[in-house]
Design a protein around this ligand. Structure first.
Ligand code: ATP
Length: 729
């Protein structure tokens, strides 16, 4: 017959120092052996490999005690390992394999590992798989030594969990617990994220404002740049054009001016030449005038000497008497005397008068002197000589006069040429002046344009732009209205000034904060969704647990009654739910409506009831024939075990687990009850595999196979299988 649990392997676990195998090819496996031989260690091994974490549940102080500690005759080992082999043809494990192998290993450093099909798996991930296969380390599927009354001793809540486990609802419980944990943590996170968002929001508002100002500023700057480009480029090109246009006329004017300058120099040179000739003529004329003047002087001297000589000759040739002497002469002397007397009237100095009188006396005396007749010949010769000299001089004078006239004529013609040259020079000079003015004007125009260009370049540089940039803007073909552009640029600059400078780090911070804000908003949204999903999941799981539990519970209770009556030969037993008082705050809101209702306290009765049922514990009510039982505590040890067994069989009759592990559960039973137990095991072995540790012969008889566990002198457990004849069927 097919069995679910196929094999158990132990190595280094507790007293099983060496590798020991338990094959479970039969539905009822009995494990027998003397006290202390290690039978319960086998159950501990099963419990441990199925995920038990508490050392106490494994009958040890520490998990390290699970490893073979050594005996006087056998050394300790370094690790313990337990492996279970399952038949998975019915896919109780969600693994696509006919056989599943589950192991657990622990070493002395306390390192504990689970392996599913040799791949390591975390307990957290393993638990739902085991729960789905209705396998648990505790509860009614694995009843340890001295726990035969487990169900009776358990609290109502523990009983509920035992039932849920056998019903396979533990999987949902685990999921629900996990979902609740996740929900709690998501809610905490949600609060944190919401708080963070709330904290960021005002600062972000400020940063957004800065960013928008920055963007506005950038937009204006962009527009301004476009206008500046057009304005400067257009002006640059226009000026450039204007400057180039001035080049040719300027060069031409300068050339014309230079030519004219040369002409003027030429004329000046010519004029100088003419004025040089004129000077020569003037000097010549001056020289002639000097010669003439000398001749005139000479002539006058000669004439004077000649006159004197002729007078002498005349005097000598006819010396007159006093009487003859001219009365004229006498009259002249007299007139001279009267003149002297008139003059003397004004004189006051005696000496002067004396001298004048003396002179007069001499003149009168001379008048009366009579000179002798003299020789006239020398005088005549003298006169001839003088006359000859005079003729010569006069001839020379005449010659000089002719020359003078000629020079004057020459001078006159030279003057005329000079004037003509001067006039021509003046005309040229005028022309030169005009050309100079033109050159100056053109130069001035060009300089003015160059200054404008410099100003433009300076203004461009002030904008922080390079000349290369200006050159690369290229030709602006649009018709540009400068005043319009200037107005626009002015307006934009004004707007920029109004916006003011913006710290770029704030813009960077705005982007970062915005990203963080978006991230947190998304996270909050995700958390809200997660919370909502988790609430739905919890609701769904609650529903599943509730529905499955509810549908099975009354059947379990009925079966409990049946098996109770079987065990006690009558009486009555039932299980009932102990409804806890549901507190409003215990209700997890599933929907927004729930949440509102919770806050206002308006929880619907139906929901409250359902929630009550969900967490309701299980109570037992019994009445034993011929006995009045006030409480379960009044029951004997055996009776408690019987009630527990009735519950166990009721449960497995409604929802049989794949296997049950029972450690000396039959110990407190009397022979009749042991027989009944043995019969029930046989009956239920069709549905469930039993692994039973027992000292009871009746129970042993119900087993298909018995494993003997012994312990030798070395303190090490050993196994031997005792196949029974009956088991072969
Ligand atoms: P009973 O029939 O009396 O219940 P049992 O067969 O169930 O006995 P166990 O309780 O399984 O006996 O085994 C107990 C034995 O296992 C003890 O002798 C104990 O010394 C031994 N043992 C327990 N842990 C270790 C360990 N870590 N190393 C070595 N031996 C151990």
């Amino acid at each position: 017959m097919q069995t679910f649990l196929k094999k158990l392997e132990l190595q280094g676990f507790k007293s099983f120092a060496q590798k020991s195998d338990f094959e479970f090819p039969y539905r009822v496996v009995g494990i027998v052996g003397p006290n202390g031989s290690g039978k319960s260690n086998v159950i501990d091994a099963l419990r441990w490999v199925l995920g038990e974490r508490e050392a106490k549940q494994l009958r040890g102080d520490t998990l390290g005690n699970l490893i073979f500690a050594g005996t006087p005759k056998r050394a300790a080992v370094g690790f313990a390992k337990v492996t279970l082999y399952f038949d998975n043809r019915e896919r109780l494990f969600p693994i696509d394999a006919p056989e599943v192998m589950l192991s657990r290993r622990i070493d002395r450093s306390g390192n504990s590992q689970f392996f599913l099909q040799d791949a390591e798996i975390r307990l957290k991930d393993l638990q739902p798989i085991l729960a789905r296969a209705k396998l648990g380390a505790r509860g009614l599927t694995m009843i340890g030594q001295g726990q035969s009354d487990l169900f009776v001793r358990a609290t109502p809540d523990e009983r509920r969990l035992m039932i849920e486990e056998i019903l396979g609802l533990r999987e949902f419980r685990l999921k629900k617990n996990q979902a609740e944990r996740q929900l709690a943590s998501s809610e905490v996170n949600m609060e944190k994220v919401a708080a963070m968002l709330e904290e960021i929001a005002p600062h972000l508002k400020f940063l957004r404002k800065q960013k928008s100002r920055f963007e506005k500023r950038s937009e204006i700057e962009k527009d301004l740049r476009t206008f500046e480009n057009t304005y400067f480029s257009h002006r640059f090109q226009a000026l450039h054009r204007d400057i180039s246009v001035t080049e040719k006329p300027f060069a031409e004017a300068e050339d014309a001016r230079n030519i004219k300058e040369k002409e003027v120099s030429e004329y000046e040179r010519e004029l100088k030449a003419v004025s040089g000739g004129e000077t020569h003529d003037a000097e010549h004329a001056k020289k002639l005038r000097s010669i003439l003047s000398e001749f005139f002087t000479k002539r006058a001297e000669i004439e004077k000497l000649l006159a004197r000589a002729e007078a002498k000759l005349e005097f000598l040739s006819a010396t007159p008497t006093h009487a003859e002497r001219s009365s004229i002469e006498m009259k002249a002397i007299l007139e001279a005397l009267e003149q002297e007397i008139r003059v003397m009237d004004e004189w006051h100095e005696l000496d002067k008068i004396k001298n004048s009188l003396k002179t007069m006396a001499v003149r009168i005396s001379d008048f009366f002197k009579t000179e002798p007749k003299a020789d006239t010949k020398p005088f005549e010769a003298e006169i001839e000589k003088l006359r000859s000299e005079l003729r010569f001089v006069e001839a020379e004078i005449a010659k000089s006069r002719i020359e003078e006239e000629r020079v004057a004529e020459e001078q006159q013609s030279s003057n005329k040429e000079f004037r003509t040259k001067v006039e021509a020079l003046e005309i040229k000079k005028n022309e030169l002046r005009k050309l100079d003015q033109l050159v100056q004007q053109l130069k001035f125009d060009r300089e003015r344009l160059k200054i404008k260009m410099e100003e433009l370049e300076r203004d461009w540089a002030i904008l922080g732009r390079s000349m290369d940039e200006l050159h690369t803007i290229g030709e602006v073909r649009d018709i540009v209205e400068f005043s319009d552009l200037e107005r626009k640029m002015l307006r934009l600059r004004g707007e920029l000034a109004a916006i003011g400078e913006i710290d770029e780090t704030l813009v960077k911070e705005a982007t970062e904060t915005e990203t963080r804000f978006e991230f947190l908003t998304k996270e909050l949204e995700d958390l809200r969704n997660a919370v909502s999903d988790l609430r739905s999941l919890i609701k769904e799981l609650d529903h599943k647990i509730h529905m499955n539990f509810k549908s099975a519970f009354s059947a379990i209770s009925d079966e409990f009654n049946n098996y109770f009556q079987l065990m006690f030969g009558g009486g009555k037993a039932k299980m009932k739910l102990k409804m806890p008082e549901v507190q409003i705050q215990d209700i997890i809101p599933i929907t927004a409506e729930d949440s509102v209702n919770t806050e206002t306290g308006e929880v619907k009765e139906e929901k409250k009831e359902k929630l009550s049922e969900l967490s309701a514990g299980v109570e037992i009510e019994i009445s034993i024939p011929r006995k009045k039982i006030g409480s379960l505590d009044m029951l004997s040890g055996g009776e408690k075990s019987l009630v527990s067994l009735a519950a166990l069989f009721a449960l497995i009759s409604v929802s049989p687990p794949p296997f049950l592990v029972l450690d000396e559960i039959d110990a407190p039973l009397d022979e009749d009850n042991a027989r009944r137990f043995s019969d029930l095991v046989k009956e239920f072995s069709k549905k469930t595999q039993f692994i039973i540790v027992t000292h009871n012969r009746t129970t042993m008889e119900s087993a298909d196979i018995l494993y003997g566990v012994t312990m030798g002198d070395d303190g090490v457990s050993k196994t031997l299988s005792l196949k029974l004849d009956t088991a072969k069927s």
